[in-house]
Design a protein around this ligand. Structure first.
Ligand SMILES: Cc1ncc(C[n+]2csc(CCOP(=O)(O)OP(=O)(O)O)c2C)c(N)n1
Length: 232
């Protein structure tokens, strides 16, 4: 094999690739040619070369294993906490539905998103009265946020016992809503698509205010958890 030269003949190299492509196109047609190009772009992405060509790709991690830093937390402990929160969320919903099966509660949404939420709570979200982060929670996953607040001692057991029965003043509303629970939720997200879009505009407006000196620049962040249905 020839050693790579320090000044490769780039035109020659490009010409070789183009000829190879032409060969496939002539022999196998456009469908196969497109498939090969897509595979090449995907292959490049998996090796850290982001071509920016594909807008829609299968889900693949474009951060190579070598580039990944060590996880800064205690995975075993976090797994136990997540399991407890997931269990309490489930227990709260099941309990409510024993009182009335009409209450519902979307068990699987938080169950499938628990690791994402918990990693956010442990390592990313920053609290603070004036410059805390802003979090838009996927609405059906609200039980998980309640269960976590219970574990932190921020919600009493009585509140969990009245999930979706808040009209008496001692319960928890179905979805994130600051009008119904002003001291708990930051944003209403129950209407699908409202969370993702408002999060984008929230972040944009914060930068707008910062750039005009209306608000001091800060490292505060906007986070949004969006369901696949919402993304559709
Ligand atoms: C604007 C609007 N249209 C319709 C609905 C009714 N609706 C509630 S949840 C839902 C599907 C949500 O899917 P996804 O975001 O994937 O969450 P999942 O329930 O799977 O956790 C729909 C259509 C809604 N909440 N808002």
């Amino acid at each position: 094999m020839q050693a790579p030269t320090t000044t490769p003949n780039r035109d020659f190299e490009a010409q070789e690739w183009i000829e190879a492509f032409d060969g496939v196109l002539a022999a196998s047609g456009p469908e196969r040619s497109r498939e090969l190009l897509e595979r090449l772009v995907g292959h490049a992405a998996r090796h850290g070369v982001n071509t920016g060509l594909a807008l829609n790709t299968p889900c693949s991690n474009t951060v190579t294993v070598r580039e990944q830093p060590r996880y800064p937390g205690d995975l075993a402990l976090e797994r136990r906490i997540t399991a407890a929160v997931r269990w309490n969320a489930l227990a709260m919903v099941v309990r409510a539905n024993r009182q009335s099966s009409e209450l519902g509660g979307h068990l699987s949404s938080y169950a499938s998103a628990a690791d994402l939420f918990e990693t956010g709570f442990h390592h990313f979200f920053r609290g603070g009265e004036q410059d805390g982060d802003l979090v838009y929670f996927q609405p059906h996953s609200a039980p998980g946020v309640y269960a976590r607040a219970f574990l932190e001692g921020r919600l009493p057991e009585e509140a969990l016992a009245n999930f979706r029965q808040e009209t008496g003043g001692r319960g928890l509303c179905s979805y994130p809503h600051p009008w119904l629970m002003p001291r708990f939720w930051q944003f209403p997200t129950g209407s699908m698509g409202l969370g993702p879009l408002t999060a984008v505009y929230q972040a944009r407006f914060m930068r707008y205010l910062e750039h005009r000196g209306v608000m001091p620049a800060s490292s505060r962040k906007v986070w949004a958890f969006a369901g696949d249905g919402e993304m559709d």
